[in-house]
Design a protein around this ligand. Structure first.
Ligand code: GCW
Length: 711
């Protein structure tokens, strides 16, 4: 139980900075800082009786060993000054003896206190459960990694949402839908026998930011995932993740009873179908006793679902919920539905479909709602379902992978996007009814709460396809734990852990990150424009995309540019999507003059000479935004290039190259968009703004049949 750290501190070879270590690099901190920390961290008093306890202790040994360094030796037993004491009242007699309150910490919370122990300075990490203690251990490591003082700690943390989950859109052939970081991290073929080190490192990284659930496979699911062979493979992964407090979920294909069960129907009211799902759930729970449940995409973009049999989404969800209920499982049913046949504004369809079902779902069903009503655009107003389903726990779905924000090469820190949505005020129960309060259950008293992020993780050495994209995984986890944290603070934390605690590095890097998403909005879809990307793969500009199987998969459907003007009229005079929001919000969005300018063309179709807040015409304002986006990328490049020599050469070089790609592509976006919209506005560019480098037909002629991540 009493472990002398000094004995474990073996010098480590200087590792190459290839990004594999993520924010858990644990590189030695400056001697003076280490000196200040050592007296309270000379011994580690941590139980190691359970897998979670061992994982916690191992992480502390690894983290403290790395950060505080092997030389000089910390101390010997006789001169030990203080200790880090970790555990629960049940697992640790020292924690029990300290009598720190833990009852109010729930299943995953923790307390970190500077205390006196045996007459010496010490730090206690106390929790109700092993998982709570583990979260506390990661918090303490974060304090050390970010150079915080530890001599007067009094921290209490309890996660604000219960389920903090990654959704992998990974197929069984290892293709990742909308994945830009290589193949799937799951090497299905070699599972269940070969469990490479990545799986445990994946779990460590997730645990370090509080993520406690993962859906292994794509929502466009293969029924094969539910066959015995693949259940066994999933169970092997679940065994690796379990010590880190992470539970496995699976996406389920609604028609699986037909495809792998030999039934004639998947009708959710059919007794044989119901029995099939029950037996399937029993089978899964036998292999994975703590299986979380099913995530389902049904009757959406060609996926099968209950409506194929004239049943509702509630019928489908409840049938599966009944199957997992005896095991304590849940069903997460996605609200991302829009019909081929419905001519209504796509932005309205999920609300129309789901609001009438409020109150009709079993108590172990959650409905998962994307942050906005269209599809993970660089900017969308919050989804009108938030606040509109008081009786149904709504789970937030963000997209961490950057399907619409430049794939892996563009630097776009998504913290501000997530924060903007979470802080948006639904007015569902009066002022202050933020989306965060819907999602964390405060507003409607939800029994189940959670946040899901579509993962950006793959087999690339740096996990996420680019170094900065790691920050998007990180910020998702931190905000899922506490949706009211500030994305700037999180960016700073991440930068300190990932690059350096040197203020001359932290300050410019955080500034780059904080401005980066707005830069993307500017050069891709300013002023509320949306869904103008290349067809199918969503790479590069495609405002001219029209025709094909369905109107709402084209760009012209969304921008509606004509000689008269541009934008989608969703006001009461148009599609009336505004009326899906609570009254004060609806009234604001219904009035162009009161609509925040960043959502202007989302809600309004306006003439080219409409006067914007700057006093410029709408056309000029668009050009200014497009150009500003490119300028911002140029600034980011300059900032980054100036850091050469201060960041390790490997990461510096790759990021510098990616920023160069981003500048080139930002320019491409700007030029193509301006060339295209100018055919409608028929106006000159404002003075001082350069014309597009090529004629429109050049941009239209570009094709990318092999762009990554296509579905
Ligand atoms: O964003 C769109 C993507 C599809 C995805 C779908 C969804 C998994 O383009 O690739 O399919 O959303 O969220 O279901």
């Amino acid at each position: 139980m009493l472990l002398l750290l000094a004995a474990l501190l073996l010098p480590r070879p200087a590792a190459a900075e290839d990004g594999y270590d993520l924010w858990l690099r644990y590189r030695p901190i400056p001697d003076a800082d280490a000196e200040a920390y050592r007296p309270r961290l000379a011994q580690l008093v941590a139980p190691a009786a359970t897998p979670t306890q061992r994982a916690t202790r191992d992480e502390l040994v690894r983290g403290l060993g790395g950060l505080l360094g092997a030389q000089p030796p910390m101390s010997d037993a006789a001169k030990v000054e203080g200790a880090l004491i970790v555990g629960t009242p049940a697992s640790s007699k020292q924690i029990a003896g300290l009598k720190l309150a833990t009852k109010d910490l729930g299943r995953e919370g923790y307390r970190i206190r500077t205390v006196e122990f045996d007459g010496r300075d010490a730090i206690a990490i106390a929790a109700n459960t092993d998982a709570g203690a583990m979260h506390g251990a990661f918090h303490l490591l974060r304090l050390l990694q970010t150079g915080q003082p530890i001599d007067a700690l009094d921290i209490r943390e309890v996660p604000r949402t219960q389920l903090r989950m990654l959704n992998h859109w990974d197929n069984l052939d290892r293709h990742v839908e909308r994945g830009y970081a290589g193949e799937s991290i799951w090497d299905w073929h070699k599972l269940p026998d070969y469990l490479g080190p990545r799986y445990a490192d994946y779990a460590r990284a997730n645990a370090s930011i509080g993520i406690n659930a993962t859906v292994l496979n794509n929502v466009n699911a293969s029924a094969q995932q539910l066959t015995p062979m693949y259940i066994e493979k999933a169970a092997a992964l679940a065994n690796v993740f379990r010590p880190y407090g992470i539970r496995v979920f699976l996406s389920a294909r609604f028609s699986a009873p037909v495809e792998i069960g030999g039934l004639k129907t998947a009708d959710p009211l059919d007794p044989q179908v119901r029995a099939w799902w029950k037996a399937k759930a029993d089978e899964i729970y036998k292999a994975i006793p703590d299986f979380g449940g099913f995530l389902v995409k049904a009757n959406s973009e060609g996926q099968p679902g209950p409506q194929d049999y004239g049943r509702t989404h509630a019928d489908g969800a409840n049938m599966m919920a009944d199957a997992v209920k005896p095991h304590g499982g849940i069903v997460i049913w996605r609200a991302f539905v829009y019909s081929h046949e419905t001519p209504d504004d796509r932005a309205k369809q999920a609300y129309n479909e789901f609001v009438p079902l409020d109150g009709k779902f079993r108590d172990n069903v959650m409905v998962q709602v994307k942050n906005g009503a269209i599809d993970f655009q660089p900017r969308e107003p919050f989804h009108p379902l938030f606040g509109a389903m008081p009786k149904t726990p709504l789970m937030m779905e963000f997209q961490i992978t950057k399907e619409y924000l430049g794939f892996a090469t563009h630097l776009a820190y998504l913290g501000p996007l997530f924060e903007e949505t979470l802080r948006a005020d639904t007015h569902a129960r009066g002022k202050g009814s933020t989306v965060a309060k819907v999602v964390d259950g405060e507003l409607h008293g939800y029994r189940l709460t959670g946040m899901a992020g579509v993962a950006n993780i793959g087999s690339d050495r740096n996990w996420s396809g680019s170094h900065f994209d790691q920050a998007n995984w990180y910020v998702f986890g931190r905000l899922a734990w506490n949706p009211e944290l500030s994305s700037r603070d999180i960016a700073e934390e991440w930068t300190r852990m990932t690059f350096s605690n040197d203020g001359d590095i932290v300050q410019p890097v955080v500034a780059m990150m904080m401005g980066s998403r707005e830069a993307v909005v500017d050069y891709m879809t300013p002023l509320g424009l949306h869904h103008l990307m290349g067809r199918g793969h969503h790479y590069g500009p495609g405002p001219w995309v029209e025709g094909g199987p369905r109107a709402d998969w084209t760009s012209v459907y969304y921008h509606r540019a004509t000689k008269d003007g541009i934008g989608f009229d969703r006001t009461t005079r148009g599609s009336d999507a505004v009326s899906q929001y609570a009254k004060p919000v609806a009234a604001q969005f219904d009035d162009a003059g009161r609509t925040p300018e960043e959502f202007l063309l989302w809600f309004h179709h306006l003439p080219w000479d409409y006067t914007t807040r700057s006093g410029r015409t709408l056309w000029d304002e668009l050009v200014v935004h497009y150009s500003r986006g490119v300028d911002k990328v140029r600034d980011m490049r300059r900032t980054w290039n100036a850091l050469e020599g201060r960041i390790d050469p490997e990461r510096h070089a790759q990021i510098a190259t990616f920023l160069a790609i981003q500048e080139k592509e930002a320019q491409w976006w700007r030029d193509a968009s301006i060339a295209y919209f100018q055919t409608f506005s028929q106006r000159p560019l404002p003075d001082g703004y350069a014309p597009p480098a090529h004629p429109l037909d050049y941009y239209e002629s570009l094709e990318f049949p092999f762009a990554p991540g296509n579905g």
